[in-house]
Design a binder for this molecule. Structure first.
Ligand code: SAM
Ligand code: SF4
Length: 368
């Protein structure tokens, strides 16, 4: 069998190489992969961490994904929506703390009033911050016109995870109806890219029925679609979801965690210039999960700025961390932890995806 060292020295990784790297069980080999990914990260995006303030502004959702704690079918959830004033207060906090952008995330809603509200909210955020303040949206599947309306209002980035690039697996983890179609997810991702957003996607790692081949294909999917930013993390079960009954099929938590680190590391090898987020789900498994994600090649962290009183109601999975802490406590502890791991928060820096900047430059040159 080809050695890990030989694979890590290749210019291009084949699907078999990716599978081999994701399948590592030996801890020395695991360390070798992580070290290589980190050295690439140092040379490309650098040893700096970009922060985006995450605002989970509503847990109301029209969808019913079988893995998600805030799915519409979970009637144990107390539903909430922050007012515009509450969101602007959080944005002000982000600005005071030298954040250059925020992420607005919620359950999926597509009512015309919701669409209009978001358009107005984007304008208000721009007025109370500054025109280049980066707004990332994570508001699920919408029409091309809606994506365009929000982009024209000033949002620059959009995150829509594909969840899994295997259509059969996608069907297993979603209800089988018109609202949960793989082809719609794909269409949306294409529309987001076409609109001009810095485009983010990602997958859940360690889903029931998911294989290592599926995960390798997810990474290939991300590369082939020239994605600018990626947020992927371990799937974590929630007791009040239909997928919970398959918990016996899951990898032990620590293996899911290490596999997630290897996914980040291999992605950094495949796409040295993109932004990769170290997700909260990693921290749910390991107390230094997000910092270890940085050591595996990630370069973005999204501290949760949602007011503490709402946090408990945005529980996608069991044991979500930091749900009782106010944002300022979270940020102080985060910056100390990041320093301990030899990294530095890059304040007053937009942290745009270099991959996106290059992609845009190429597009403009071609159109001349
Ligand atoms: N509603 C929007 C959407 O689905 O794109 C944005 C919010 S949704 C809560 C954000 C992400 O949470 C999803 O894309 C999914 O990957 C992740 N998520 C949901 N349930 C999860 C779970 N049980 N474990 C890990 N991640 C989960
Ligand atoms: Fe709704 Fe997003 Fe959860 Fe699916 S993953 S149920 S769309 S919040």
């Amino acid at each position: 069998m080809i050695s890990i060292n030989d694979i890590l020295n290749k210019e291009e990784l084949s699907r078999e190489d990716i599978i081999r790297l994701l399948s590592i069980v030996d801890s020395d080999e695991h360390k070798q992969l992580i070290k290589k990914a980190y050295s690439i990260k140092e040379k490309t995006v650098g040893k700096k961490v970009n922060l985006r303030g995450l605002i989970e502004f509503s847990n109301r959702c029209q969808k019913n994904c079988l893995y998600c704690g805030i799915r519409s079918g979970n009637d144990k959830v107390i539903r909430y929506s922050l007012t515009d004033e509450e969101i602007l207060k959080v944005t002000e906090f982000a600005l005071t703390n030298q954040f250059t952008g925020i992420v607005l995330q919620s359950g999926e809603q597509s009512h015309p009033d919701f669409i209009k509200r978001i358009t107005g909210l984007i304008s208000k955020i721009k007025q109370t911050t500054y025109p280049d303040f980066r707004i990332t949206l994570s508001l699920g599947e919408q029409t091309f016109d809606t994506y365009k309306e929000w982009f024209d209002a000033g949002a620059q980035r959009y995150l829509l995870r594909i969840e899994t690039s295997n259509e059969e697996l996608y069907k297993k983890i979603h209800p089988s109806n018109e609202m949960h179609l793989y082809k719609t997810r794909l269409r949306c991702l294409q529309d987001i890219q076409k609109t001009g957003y810095q485009t983010g996607t990602g997958v859940m790692i360690g889903l029931p029925f998911q294989t290592t081949d599926d995960l390798a294909d997810d990474l290939i999917f991300i590369k082939q679609r020239s994605i600018d930013m990626v947020g992927m993390g371990p799937y974590l079960e929630h007791a009040d979801t239909p997928l919970f009954k398959y918990r016996g099929l899951l990898l032990p938590l620590i293996e899911r965690f290490n596999l997630s680190l290897r996914m980040i590391a291999v992605l950094r090898l495949l796409m040295p210039m993109i932004n990769i987020a170290s997700t909260t789900a990693l921290q749910s498994i390991h107390p230094f999960g997000r910092e270890l994600g940085l050591k595996a090649g990630a370069n973005v962290i999204m501290p949760n700025l949602t007011p503490a009183k709402y946090r408990g109601s945005y529980r996608l999975y069991d044991n979500k961390p930091c749900i009782d802490e106010e944002a300022d406590e979270c940020i102080t502890c985060l910056s100390t932890r990041i320093k301990i791991f030899g990294e530095e928060i890059s304040y007053n820096d937009y942290g745009d995806s270099i991959h996106f900047i290059n992609r845009e430059r190429y597009r403009i040159d071609k159109s001349k």
